[in-house]
Design a protein around this ligand. Structure first.
Ligand SMILES: Nc1ncnc2c1ncn2[C@@H]1O[C@H](COP(=O)(O)OP(=O)(O)O)[C@@H](O)[C@H]1O
Ligand SMILES: O=P(O)(O)OC[C@H]1O[C@](O)(COP(=O)(O)O)[C@@H](O)[C@@H]1O
Ligand SMILES: [Mg+2]
Length: 475
């Protein structure tokens, strides 16, 4: 996968604690590049906009909650068109690639990149790299025009195809150089953005005039810094259909339990938002918060209580939840990985369904009917909804403006509702997960009334410890 990224973050400090975490620019390593007037100024559609061009110093704060003594804090460069551009329209040879798992909106981003380049900047040469990163060196390219991408946003998936694994920095940059590509748009999740950083580093080391731009994609919403990733809203909406079905099935029988498993490998955002949106869910389990089955405060006890109270119950479980519990039961599936090095998960939905069935069969107190619904790929293989379509358009257009302005090594993202350019190193520094001490998780707990397993378990453990201490004292 090439050498480790090593570039230093570009930090600009201002007065009163202002910090700009800036993005690299082509002129950082190729001085005296010629500039040109932005063709947008002659575009009748945009000429009516007052102050259409973004001021060179505009930035977006990372934190917007402040008090009177707080420093101004970290900012990111504001996205948008600049007065001067660093590429002539007919000089640009752009390339677009989609990597990793599917996500609603991939085709919309492809469409808007192509149309944005064409209509805003007069760029006619856009190549689609097929099949993810390995497509740079192992597949043929596809020529993309506004005509060929015209209606692709109505379809799920990606017209370019995608893949995991196969990131070979040297081969990819050789291909970029050989094909004369000078703007690379890389659409993908956390793994993809790490790969994009390596490509940027290699391009910079070779001194090439190539802008490398990332567009963050993942339904898991696990990319740090940005408000949310495109496709997430659509996935949450699609998940409602599965939860509604589980609810209908559960309430139609005596002591019915509906279990729905939703995607979310390390982050439970889809499960959390789908639960909050639905309101028929009695328990939501996510990777960020451990849970347990037996004893006081456990899932079995809560399920039994809920069935007695309400006659039915709906459980939403994120695929990455409770993995340690499942691994304890099925030792053989230990630590398997996919081609990109992501953890392969065991089916926690199936596991929990069996555990609940076994428990009630042994208890003999009440007979249950359990239906397990696993919509898996259905929530991500759909076309993006209206709000995601608009979001994809803004992300793609911001990416194009940034590349044309000579910025490189950045991800285009939304920060507190404003489009910003975020340096790769910030995007790659960790994973966004649900913070269970935040208000959002508290809102969920109050909407489901489920036990906070954390507190309950701690209380049980403390009680056990006290009893053990008492016993040893009495001996
Ligand atoms: N640390 C890394 N360095 C370089 N490339 C990576 C890295 N992690 C993942 N990739 C590449 O990024 C692509 C997509 O990664 P993956 O984790 O499958 O999906 P996603 O980008 O959606 O998280 C794959 O081609 C993979 O080889
Ligand atoms: O079967 P695949 O394609 O590996 O995808 C499964 C994974 O992809 C996801 O949808 C999203 O993962 P990425 O966006 O990181 O690719 C996860 O929720 C899920 O675990
Ligand atoms: Mg990922």
């Amino acid at each position: 996968m090439g050498s480790s990224p090593n570039s230093k973050p570009k930090i600009v400090r201002g007065s009163a604690g202002y910090i700009l975490e800036d993005v690299p620019h082509l002129t950082d390593y190729i001085p005296e590049l010629p500039t040109y007037s932005n063709p947008l100024q002659d575009n009748p559609a945009y000429s009516v906009v007052k102050q259409y061009f973004v001021h060179i110093d505009d930035s977006v704060p990372q934190k917007i909650i402040a008090n009177k003594d707080s420093p101004r804090g970290i900012h990111f460069r504001r996205a948008g068109p600049r007065q001067k551009v660093y590429f002539k329209s007919d000089e640009v040879q752009a390339a677009i690639v989609t990597c990793g798992g599917l996500c609603p909106g991939l085709n919309t981003v492809i469409r808007e990149l192509v149309c944005g380049l064409y209509h805003m900047y007069g760029v006619k040469k856009v190549l689609g790299i097929s099949g993810g990163y390995k497509g740079f060196y192992a597949h043929n390219t596809i020529s993309l025009t506004p005509k060929t991408v015209n209606d692709i946003h109505k379809r799920g998936g990606t017209i370019l195809g995608s893949s995991r694994g196969g990131h070979d920095t040297t081969k990819i940059v050789d291909s970029i150089q050989d094909r004369g590509i000078n703007q690379v748009y890389i659409i993908g999740g956390d793994g993809t953005q790490r790969g994009a950083y390596r490509i940027f580093e290699e391009i910079r080391n070779r001194g090439l005039k190539v802008a490398v731009v990332g567009i963050p994609k993942t339904i898991d919403n696990d990319i740090p810094v940005i408000d949310k990733s495109f496709g997430f809203d659509t996935a949450v909406e699609e998940a409602q259909r599965a939860i509604n079905a589980a609810h209908v099935e559960a309430e139609s029988v005596e002591n019915g339990i509906g279990v729905v498993k939703l995607m979310g490998r390390y982050s439970g955002f889809i499960a959390m938002y789908a639960t909050l949106a639905n309101r028929d869910v009695d328990c939501c389990l996510i990777p960020e918060t451990p849970f347990f089955l037996e004893g006081p405060g456990g899932l079995f006890e809560y399920t039994e209580r809920r069935l007695k109270e309400n006659g039915h119950m709906v459980i939403v479980i994120a695929e990455g939840a409770g993995q340690e519990l499942v691994t304890e039961s099925i030792q053989s599936m230990h630590k398997q990985q996919d081609a990109s090095g992501n953890k392969l998960l065991q089916d926690v939905g199936l596991w929990i369904s069996h555990k609940l069935k076994d428990y009630f069969a042994k208890q003999k107190t009440m007979g249950i009917t359990l239906k397990y619904i696993d919509p898996t790929y259905m929530i991500r293989a759909v076309p993006s909804n209206a709000s995601d379509n608009v979001y994809c358009t803004l992300l793609a257009q911001s990416a194009v403006h940034g590349a044309m302005a000579g910025y490189t090594g950045f991800t285009s993202g939304l920060v507190h509702g404003r489009q910003a350019y975020i340096p790769f190193n910030r995007i790659n520094e960790g994973q966004n997960t649900v913070v269970i001490t935040d208000r959002m998780w508290a809102r969920l707990l109050s909407s489901t009334n489920q036990p906070s397993f954390l507190i309950a378990k701690t209380a049980v453990e403390e009680k056990k410890k006290e009893e053990e201490e008492e016993d040893s004292f009495n001996l």
